[in-house]
Design a protein around this ligand. Structure first.
Ligand code: CAA
Length: 410
């Protein structure tokens, strides 16, 4: 019997600036109800010019190191999933390796497949541990992204920014991952970003269809790979979906219930009532942070998990949840995890509720100025790791002194 493998700790980072989407709707001449009701979104996190995928990912991971839940010397594999990297050759992961003070005997790679790459990293890490190659070492998986679309495009309301860092280990204290998972892949042009562009291109309505088809495919593959034949609505205590905008998770939830009703031959006349009831129980409790952060691409499904853990881990000890990760282009995966007896203690490291509380609200003019900025200009008092300058095409990051001292003392 092999040891359980999964997420030992999860830390988050979101930028300290937020835009109220009602303000943006008013300036763009869009009905607020379309955003709040139609998309289910209320605010979005805005990254200032001195924050990027590197700084956000490093700050999320530093939370866990400073809390003492992982020792940098234990980490033998660092994988960063992102679709908004900072260099075509140099991986985000190597900047994190230095900023976090990891050992040189550590494999360090950036992974890309749109919003799926964080999950890809997590699955590779679980295989590395299960194979025995880890020899007791842990993996650090970071998912970090800034979702950017053109100003004044319809997708502008589905932007956001944030990062999640997860320690993957044997005998995990937060969420044990089941070995069965289901994947679905196929080449589609639903969302992409040519190398010279900073803002993504998207075929919005098609992307929603691709997401839902991928969910069906991943569920079928999960069952083919040994996933439980039980009714998911009865066997799962919650469902975390990749959430580019909250209504997408609601649509995904409805598709999953329909999938189960069809598979199990349930009375289809009861479908709508079952969707509504199970939405409240399984998916709504995961969405509150996404409603105020927006899309975080690779980090999105794990921010939903983080929020759920922070608010309900004590009640979920021993319960199994389902997770669905979707990356445009596309590759998707459905898998499950079970909360353990120490989950509530580990969930204290997530930090999402406090960060949402501490944010500063931007005006639409300030948000547009950040979006158009050509220089970095960090204020003197930035508390976290941040981008300080770009010199000779080299990015220079700063880990403020009090944090450096904290690391030196470990
Ligand atoms: N009051 C209430 N609701 C209203 C309304 C009003 N006044 N006006 C419109 N609505 C509703 C619509 O009925 C619609 O709801 P349903 O989908 O349930 O029918 C919803 O608001 C959105 O309306 P539209 O479809 O007309 O909106 P849009 O043309 O602005 O497009 C979008 C929405 C496609 C999501 C667009 O924002 C977009 O392209 N976003 C980026 C792409 C994306 O996030 N795709 C998700 C799947 S791909 C993925 O997951 C990967 C990834 O992270 C990008």
């Amino acid at each position: 019997m092999t040891s359980p493998v999964g997420i030992d700790a999860l830390g988050t980072y979101i930028p300290e600036y937020a835009l109220d989407l009602a303000d943006l709707a008013s300036v763009r001449g869009v009905p607020v109800a379309k955003i709040n009701v139609g998309l289910g979104a209320f605010e979005m996190a805005v990254a200032p010019p001195w924050e990027d995928t590197v700084s956000m990912g490093a700050n999320a991971a530093l939370r866990l190191i400073e809390a003492g839940v992982v020792d940098p010397d234990e980490i033998g594999l660092l994988l960063v999933g992102t679709e908004t990297g900072v260099d075509h050759a140099k991986p985000v992961a190597i900047f994190l390796h230095e900023l976090l003070g990891l050992r040189s005997g550590c494999r360090v790679v950036e992974l890309k497949h749109a919003c799926y790459a964080g999950t890809a990293g997590m699955m590779l890490a679980t295989s590395w541990i299960r194979s025995g190659a880890a020899r007791g070492r842990k993996a650090l998986i970071v998912a970090s992204d800034i979702a950017r679309y053109d100003l004044e495009s319809s997708a502008e309301f589905t932007q956001g920014a944030g990062a999640v860092a997860m320690v993957i280990s044997e005998r995990p204290r937060l969420l044990t991952l089941a070995p069965e998972s289901g994947v679905f892949a196929g080449n589609v042009w639903d969302f992409w970003r040519p190398l010279e562009r900073r803002e993504a291109l998207v075929d919005g309505k098609f992307s929603v269809d691709c997401y839902l088809d991928a969910l069906e495919g991943a569920l079928a593959d999960w069952r083919a790979n040994g996933g439980s034949e039980d009714d998911l609505l009865e066997s799962m205590a919650a469902l975390c979906f990749h959430t580019p905008f909250p209504k997408m998770a609601v649509k995904a939830h409805a598709r999953l219930v329909e999938h189960e009703y069809t598979r199990l031959g349930h009375d289809m006349e009861a479908l709508q009532a079952a969707v509504a009831a199970s939405l409240e129980r399984h998916t709504e409790p995961t969405l509150a942070a996404a409603r105020r952060i927006g899309n975080t691409y690779t980090a999105s499904v794990y921010l939903c998990l983080g929020w759920l853990a922070e608010h309900a881990a004590a009640d979920l000890a021993g319960e199994t949840i389902g997770l669905f990760s979707y990356g445009s282009g596309c590759c998707a995966e459905f898998f499950t995890g079970t909360f353990g007896s120490e989950s509530a203690v580990m969930a204290r490291q997530v930090g999402l509720a406090q960060q949402l509380e501490d944010r500063e609200r931007l005006t639409v003019e300030e948000y547009e100025a950040f979006a158009r900025a050509k220089t970095i200009d960090p204020p003197m008092d930035v508390a976290g790791i941040h981008l300080a300058a770009i010199e000779d095409n080299k990015r220079i990051y700063v880990r403020p002194e009090h944090r450096r001292l904290a690391a030196a003392g470990r």
